[in-house]
Design a protein around this ligand. Sequence first.
Ligand code: FAD
Length: 421
Amino acid sequence: MSGAGRPASTLRLVLGDQLSPALSALSGLDPARDVVLMAEAMEECSYVPHHPRKIALVLAAMRHFAAELTATGVRVDYVRLEDPANSGSLVGELGRAIGRHRPARVVMTEPGEWRLRQAFAVLGIEVREDDRFLCSHAAFAAWAGGRRALRMEFFYRAMRRRSGLLMEGAHPAGGRWNFDAENRKRLPARIAVPPVPRYTPDAITAEVLALVARRFGHHFGRLEGFSMPVTRVEAEAAFADFLRTRLASFGAWQDAMSIRSPFLFHSLLSSALNLGLLDPGALCRGAEAAWRDGAAPLAAVEGFVRQILGWREFVRGVYWRSMPGYGRENALAAHRPLPAFYWTGETEMACMARVIRETRDHGYSHHIQRLMITGNFALLVGIDPYLVHVWYMAVYADAYEWVEMPNTIGMALFADGGIMG
Ligand code: FAD
């Protein structure tokens, strides 16, 4: 997959969570003259001790995406983690690739993390906006503008009006913006929870799994049994399965917890969505279509759309508005160290032990477990928010700073003094 040889007109850098064919960095690509650079960097795999499943997911998805681009005739220069000359950093790999290809210009899509944005900003390359979100930076700034407090509910209503999702003219479908009252049901003693689809690793993924076991097997987290979607086709199949088997029940039990299932009726789509394998607008429209077709009640669909159109876009806006200092906010002056059992699950507190062990086994917990168990314990005990943030960044397969940090620092720990809510 190396594209070295004749000089490239444009070198297009694609990061590990930018695996979308419609990525702004790929817009205007000339297959005859341009080169796409993708690099696996040790620095990115190890700046926190990421869960082995998370590393495997990102690397497997990157390799599949590179193969898909290559199959369409694009020249991809792909640097593997264990290439002997790999410098270990993304900036280092960009520098080496510029030497190899001597491009007339370099283009990338803005990184989703402040640290990387700063690292690339000083290089004088063309950084394009990431337009895979439903709310641009300018639109969020215009909405947040003069407001003293940011309320997700008002942001969400503005997004519903702007997108037309679940709207009937100027009014919310069903006459209400929010169906939370219907969405807080107690889980019945007997309820069948559909199995979560599993995707058998192919040769590309199997090779990555062996690499991750070798290099990152000592990190917290179980790699065996990896079956996450790593391609767009698999991610879309996972969404179709959610629409068919779980969406109708998503709303009623979205705030429930049960020892009978770590997943309940959640979508498990965040990992694929945050990598760029799925498009947030398409997920919202797909769920809306299920309601209009009579396949799911409005309360369930509204609950799902609110998470993506509302919360996901809102936390991103809060992140970029609050950086670079956000990660060090500590409004409640909490300074305790993170207890060692966060990395083992060895505690007599049954709920904590269960959620931490499920996290170890799956690289996943649903929202209420993250917020009300591991998050709430850290809040009550007064654990240093930055240490809690590092833990969440490391242990969940869907964790990227723009989405993890506001949820941890803001929503779970109130360390931002109420910016998030
Ligand atoms: P579902 O319950 O099926 O929800 C559907 C989708 O809505 C999710 O896939 C996700 O994309 C979106 N969503 C729902 N809630 C939120 C939210 N609060 N913020 C942003 N998007 C949301 N989500 C991440 O994607 N990455 C993280 O690193 C992350 N860290 C979190 C840390 C804490 C302390 C808390 C309280 C929440 C965190 N969340 C994070 C939000 C939420 O818990 C996960 O998005 C969700 O559990 C993912 O599982 P799912 O795909 O089954 O979600």
